[in-house]
Design a protein around this ligand. Structure first.
Ligand code: ITT
Ligand code: NA
Length: 183
């Protein structure tokens, strides 16, 4: 069996493999599930996972990950609109917005939703950090401007990022549940 990770984002797949290596093979699948209009990453991910599992054929389980960057001084913006904002405004200009603020705290949040023939389960993870001018070549998305413990996430290896990140935490919860689900 393999878990089909429904995403167009290879960075997410790399992190999931880094975490689930030895637990279960992870296969990247592209499927454009409906992103329901919602402020809740959990609803978007759970709905997407259910739909993808039903549409892709009911043989192997699926994972969907819906993530966002929530900037305190901007009332949580871009939050659920993070992908759109990265494509339009860009990471550098989002940093410029945060730079003008005294409070540069932000959170990455993700919800990982798993669906199989028995239903859907969701696992949330978050991490708090500070926005900084872009540094580093690794990671993806907003990683170059998100600093945790003196390093941006783009300066971390996949293992280092997984050890402290929103996604690493959600993957940890998922792996624990997955290992115990038949007991
Ligand atoms: P899929 O929906 O196909 O999985 P996506 O990149 O569109 O891929 P999201 O909607 O979940 O994924 O991502 C929202 C935005 O947040 C998008 O701009 C990502 O690049 C960014 N993002 C998500 N996780 C991130 C992480 O761990 N580090 C930095 N940026 C991240
Ligand atoms: Na997306």
């Amino acid at each position: 069996m393999a878990i089909r990770f429904v995403t167009g984002n290879e960075g997410k797949v790399r992190e999931a493999r880094g975490y689930l290596d030895g637990v279960e093979p992870v296969e990247q699948v592209e499927y454009d599930y409906t992103e329901v209009q919602s402020d809740s990453l959990g609803e978007i991910a759970a709905h997407g996972a259910r739909e993808a599992f039903e549409e892709l054929g009911n043989d192997e389980p699926v994972l969907v990950d819906d993530a966002g960057l929530f900037v305190d001084a901007l009332g949580g913006f871009p939050g659920p609109y993070s992908a759109y904002v990265e494509d339009t405004v860009g990471v550098e200009r989002l940093w410029r917005l945060a730079e003008a603020e005294e409070n540069r705290r932000a959170q990455f949040r993700t919800v990982l939703a798993y669906a199989d023939e028995n239903g859907t389960e969701s696992f949330a993870g978050s991490v708090s950090g500070t926005l900084v001018a872009p540094r580093g070549e690794g990671g993806f998305g907003y990683d170059p401007i998100f600093e945790y413990n003196g390093q941006t996430m783009a300066e971390m290896s996949t293992e280092e990022k997984n050890a402290i990140s929103h996604r690493g935490r959600a993957l940890g919860e998922f792996a624990e549940w997955f290992a115990g689900r038949d007991e």
